[in-house]
Design a protein. Sequence first.
Lengths: 401, 223
Amino acid sequence: MRNYLFFIVKSSLFDLARNKGRTFLTSLGILIGVMSVVLLMATGLGLKRYIQDQLESLGANLIFAIPGSKKSIMRGGGMMGGIKFDDKDVTKIKRISTVAVVAPVYVNPGTIIEANGKDDIVELVASTEQVVPVFNLEIEIGRLLEKKDNDKRSKVVNISATTAKTFFGTVDEALNKTLKISKQNFKIIGIIKSKGGGGLGGSGIDSHIYIPFKSAYSFNPDKKYYAIYVKAESKDKVAETKSEFEKVLLKRYDKDDFSVMEQSEIMDTISAIFGVINIVLISIAAISLVVGGIGIMNIMYVSVTERIKEIGIRRAIGAYRKDILWQFLTMSTILSLFGGLVGLALAFIIVYLIHPIFPAYIDLTSVTLALGVSSLIGIVFGVFPAKKAADLSPIDAIRYE
Amino acid sequence: MIKLQDVTKEYKIDGDETVFTALKNINLLIKDGEFAAIMGPSGSGKSTLMHIIGLLDNSTSGQILIDGKDISTLNDDQLSKLRNEFVGFVFQQFNLINKLTIMENIILPTVYAIKKMDFDPEERAMELINRFGLAGKENSYPNKISGGQQQRVAIARALIMKPKLILADEPTGNLDTKTGDTIMKLFKELNVEDKITVIIVTHEADIASKTGRIIKIIDGKLV
């Protein structure tokens, strides 16, 4: 048995190498299939990581209340209409013992800003100075929003380094310049460190601009809050805080009118949605694997026919049925695995190339799955041709010309 | 000892009701250590007879006993085992596997062997290579050596498992007379020195005359 594997692998490699063009074309189906599946998995993982990074950059222990029931939020409808929160809510929430910070916010995701002859649409966040600890804002140059800004209704704004560079080239250039927010002039008093992870249509954390809540009354005439962000004292107080938070709001609002969520929940919700989309896409891509498998089966039948004489010789010198079976199964598996490996390599190259703009990545599961599935295809689609070869009668095979 | 009792082989010809009888009531005893020739014109059934003795083909009726054991009771795996251990085949077209080297061709039967071998395959192959004047060719491929050399490789392959029987189907058919004579001398040597039973199938009387016993076959019957 010492040489057994060597012999069947050498025979297979020789036959595959003799028909290089045919081998390549046959494995192309598996190659494309494995590449698409791995790339889709990498995209799914990248998306998940991107969202996770975005949420984690907001800081841990974060809980928030927004209008709309959880069901409607999952359907994507929570952003519009419904109730708004006011100072009464904020006061009550501040009384919860485990709450460290409360930041009520007004948000307008479609705010037009202009400066330096350029314009862009950003997400306006109007809040008190408490927004700083809630969103973990860190200053790069200048200063962050303070209590006095809100008290004086100062027309001041904090923008991210990314936004500063887009409009002014450098952060130094941007400091103390004027930024037009919906036609009103605001002074850029500080540039916030970028959180990174942008690139998905620019809708990341870095495109937020922060102004004092009271300075936004002209955009928000009813002076109410779109959302209330709360930071719990510590990680193990998150659940307790959340349930207290909910109790407070339930006294005033119907349970379907608002939702209190923590970060992990948004993460779960988004993951679930992308998970389903990803599975559908991967299933479609997997069809090409089946097509590739049929191609392998076809070529294996041809290969068996071409080598009937050789099968006869091997049987005459004492090869068992299972030896012939293994020989052809090895060949089809190598063929399929070759396609899988090249497909995987190409997927790695593509992921590497797109990595600067999108954090897609290939994990061990994808690699294992890609190689496992391509081996399996080789075996499944190789078994019928191999069985045909093994079942040839020795005398018919050796007489075959 | 190989004993054939009343062996008949019939073929059904496709799309035809008629049955072609290749062998008819063959009774034959070949003792251990014999050097025999099965001789007959083409179409006489001599190759069919060899294939049946060599366990490649089965008979339609009759009994084939190898060392007293009826082979009709054996399954495919048991037949494979016998072909591997008991018989060594030599063919007219040599039937070497071109993608394997000379060394690999010779040790191929040992790869399929199930029983524990009392020799090292490569050492034994090397001995046979040296004995048959093939030294230096072990890493060549079959299509790079002459016909006479290929046939010697085929004989080495037939011998590697130390079989009790060598079956050679027109072993000199593709060789010139001189080379053919060398091959025949080799068979004689194997029979005398190695005590192997050798059966040669041929249509040439002078080849047959070099063996110890001529079994004539015409139209599927021994004469």
